[in-house]
Design a binder for this molecule. Structure first.
Ligand code: ADP
Length: 448
């Protein structure tokens, strides 16, 4: 097993990884920007190294600074968390070239799934159903128009290098198509330095359902069930639940088998998430994330498996500590992402937290790195905490969630807690009858 892990991240996920390491007897090294010198992940780690100024490009994305920090602290493995360098194949390769273990998949798999066109082609050949669309990049507007007619409008133009919900444009009819193509290309170029785009059928009212998989270096691949992440704003997840209210046990077993068979054939190592849109009983692959997900705790809640611990064990060369038959799903879990944002306008609201009291009690987990007196810096993502609630049934989970949101005190800044409280009162949410556009429609309807 590795002895010392450098955590190349910040905030709640840095703390989450530190906790897993601590419970495994592994030493931790925190890295931080000058803006994060007082951060909780820095305070709790065994050692810490300042890697640069506030701007992420000069600190949390600064590969030479992170590798130097790892070398001077004699680190033997690096965990990238999510975001930042977690899906950067070059970083994974550089870590390995420096004789350290990258806690994540092999660089070639990260690279393959990072190009969504290659990812789609690869998984399609492995038997995973995909959204109907172009076979590769769309380069010629005339060919695109013929294809769009075949697929049927509306169609979605997506960036091959896309991520974070950026670089997507809908064309509702032939007259919108060339504008959608050129805007998507220029946005993709500006955001990702690559203007390759592809086309997909734009699904009307699907759900976003993703499967968590985990694979060791001995060819064992297990799925840990699905998460329903349909409640989104601007293609970004806001609240997630497991299991999905839309799926039955047979559907779970069937898609689980398709996914694990494909991942086994791929020879993949580590944790990963296969994201699908789900409509009228059909699954359509959209992408694979080759890292730990923000919403992994709801899977941990219903399976009792510590995914980060398992990730570290696998990266150290150990086999999975369970088989598919050992995985059982118990009860229901929901995660609310708590952002430092105005709950109506969604404007970021960094600043000082004057008072802080997280909820507790049975079935409650709060993953957060904030504390009373902490000042949220303005430079990073607005996610400041995740409230994860587990209950024997979905109904118990919902009652507990309401109680926890009412109990949660974060004074001095705006947060999205009031938004969560409003949305969990909605009948559609209570009935599990929602889709990927539901939340935006709800927000628009409540703005007046
Ligand atoms: P990103 O990597 O930017 O997150 P994804 O491909 O994962 O992009 O898609 C993000 C979200 O965009 C999905 O969860 C869904 O809400 C929406 N989306 C993506 N593809 C389609 C599609 N073909 N039809 C309708 N919505 C889509």
């Amino acid at each position: 097993m590795v002895d010392k892990v450098l955590i190349a991240n910040r905030g709640e996920i840095a703390l989450r990884i530190h906790r897993a390491c601590r419970e495994m007897g592994i030493h931790t090294v925190a890295v931080h920007s000058t803006a994060d010198a007082d951060a909780m992940h820095v305070r709790l780690a065994d050692e810490s190294v300042c890697i640069g100024p506030p701007s992420s490009s000069l600190s949390y994305l600064n590969i030479p600074a992170i590798i130097s920090a790892a070398e001077i602290t004699n680190t033997d493995a690096i965990h990238p968390g999510y975001g930042f360098l977690s899906e950067n194949a070059n970083f994974a390769q550089i870590v390995e070239e420096h004789g350290m273990t990258f806690i994540g998949p092999r660089p070639d798999h990260i690279r393959m799934m990072g190009d969504k066109i290659v990812a789609k082609k690869t998984v399609k050949a492995l038997g995973i159903p995909c959204v109907p669309g172009s076979d590769g990049a769309v380069t010629d507007d005339g060919v695109a128009a013929i294809l769009a007619d075949e697929i049927g409008y509306p169609v979605l133009i997506k960036a091959a290098a896309g991520g974070g919900g950026r670089g997507m444009k809908v064309a509702h009819s032939a007259s919108d198509l060339s504008v959608a193509l050129s805007t998507a290309r220029s946005e993709a170029k500006a955001a990702f330095g690559d203007d390759a785009v592809y086309m997909e059928k734009y699904l009307g009212r699907p759900r976003h359902i993703e499967m968590q998989i985990i694979a060791d270096s001995f060819g064992n691949v297990v799925h840990l069930g699905e998460r329903d992440c349909s409640l989104q704003r601007r293609h970004q997840k806001v609240l997630e639940e497991a299991p999905s209210p839309a799926l039955n046990a047979d559907e779970r077993v069937a898609i689980g088998k398709v996914v694990t068979d494909a991942i086994r054939k791929l020879g993949y190592l580590g944790v990963g998430t296969i994201e699908f849109l789900y409509e009228n009983g059909q699954f359509y692959f959209i992408e694979m994330n080759t890292r730990l997900q923000v919403e992994h705790p709801i899977t941990e809640a219903i399976t009792g498996i510590d995914i980060v611990r398992e990730q570290i064990r696998i990266a150290s060369g150990a086999p999975l500590s369970f088989t598919q038959e050992d995985v059982t799903f118990s009860g229901h879990a929901i995660e609310c992402r708590i952002n430092a944002e105005n709950p109506v306008t969604f404007a970021p609201c960094p600043g000082r937290i004057n008072d802080y009291h997280p909820p507790g009690g049975p079935g409650v987990r709060v993953d957060s790195a904030v504390y009373a007196g902490y000042t949220i810096p303005p430079y990073y993502d607005s996610l400041i905490g995740k409230l994860i609630v587990h209950g024997k049934t979905r109904n118990e989970c919902l009652m507990r969630l309401r109680r926890c949101l009412e109990e949660y005190v974060i004074a001095g800044i705006d947060t999205t807690i009031p938004l969560h409280l409003r949305l969990i009162s909605e009948n559609d949410f209570v009935n599990g009858a929602y889709h990927i556009h539901w939340l935006e429609e709800f927000i628009d309807a409540n703005r007046e």
